[in-house]
Design a protein. Structure first.
Length: 302
């Protein structure tokens, strides 16, 4: 959340050396939801909605419709909603349901007019079920799923994108980052269920994408996600999550995540076989060559 046109354009033009960016613009939150970063003791002279660098508050179907249209006008590739409580937000418990069904449906309808889709932050089983029943394409985090939630994701052809790396990072360095006790308590809550949810998704044959949700000072732990999944998924399944499954989720099947005629030339040359040890992808010294869109970005062989 928070990515926008200027950053994407700078990357596309080569002014910034970085990855291809698909961005949702500002994430959409209800008042008091995961994207509303005002603390409970924060008071204002008016009831004006919150807007920050990452998210904006909307309430009701018509506000939702207008703000979705605004993010799409700004070039958003997808729309992001917050539909359950979150770890880092100050005033909402994890179990909290956010947005009503009509608000979610409006977002899905408006995204479809641009041939885009809705992704939803959803830790809980109830939030995941509500999302997929109302047309949401991608469940981000999918941390606390039960059997019926997994079945709903599979039935509706939705994607789940677990993010074990951020849980691992906050548990490891959260106190040093200065995170409040409430956030540390929340991450312990979701951590207790995350591996089980991933296992249920994998056993059910769900479409599992690859994400990390890392931010700030822990961004350098991106590749940790590969190793964190290896107790549950095979190396080839993890690699497919990060390549062909993610490509299909983005609507870029045949262009990304494959080596084929007509595809974008994104290639890695790795010193070692990740099918034997997926954790070598954490070792940046083992990434000998990076080619992105046909341009060599790193060449340790030269």
């Amino acid at each position: 959340a928070g990515g926008e046109h200027v950053l994407a354009a700078g990357l596309a033009k080569g002014l910034i050396d970085g990855p291809r960016l698909f961005y949702p613009g500002l994430a959409l939150s209800q008042t008091g939801g995961h994207g509303d970063m005002r603390a409970p003791d924060h008071f204002e002279g008016c009831a004006c909605a919150y807007c920050g660098a990452m998210s904006v508050v909307v309430d009701g179907p018509e506000e939702m419709r207008k703000m979705v249209r605004e993010q799409l006008r700004r070039g958003a590739h997808q729309i992001k909603l917050f539909v359950s409580g979150g770890v880092l937000s100050p005033s909402d418990p994890i179990w909290m349901d956010q947005f009503c069904d009509e608000e979610i449906r409006v977002a899905v309808e408006e995204a479809a007019t641009r041939r885009a889709y809705v992704m939803a932050h959803a830790h809980t089983n109830a939030a995941a079920i509500r999302c997929v029943k109302n047309g949401v394409r991608s469940i981000e985090h999918a941390t606390m799923l039960e059997a019926d939630g997994v079945a709903a994701i599979v039935e509706h052809g939705a994607y789940a994108v677990p993010t074990l790396a951020i849980i691992d990072a906050i548990r490891a360095v959260g106190p040093a980052m200065g995170l409040p006790a409430s956030a540390l308590d929340k991450v312990r809550e979701v951590s207790a269920h995350a591996a089980t949810s991933l296992d249920r998704l994998h056993r059910a044959g769900a479409k599992i994408g690859f994400g990390t949700d890392l931010l700030g000072s822990v961004m350098d732990r991106q590749s940790r996600e590969f190793a964190l999944r290896r107790e549950i998924m095979s190396p080839i399944a993890i690699l497919r999550s990060a390549t062909s499954v993610n490509a299909a989720l983005l609507g870029m099947e045949g262009k990304l995540g494959t080596i084929a005629h007509g595809a974008l030339a994104d290639l890695l040359l790795v010193d070692g076989n990740p099918l034997d040890d997926i954790s070598i992808l954490e070792r940046h010294d083992r990434i000998a060559l990076i080619v992105a869109d046909g341009r060599i970005r790193r060449n340790a062989l030269a």
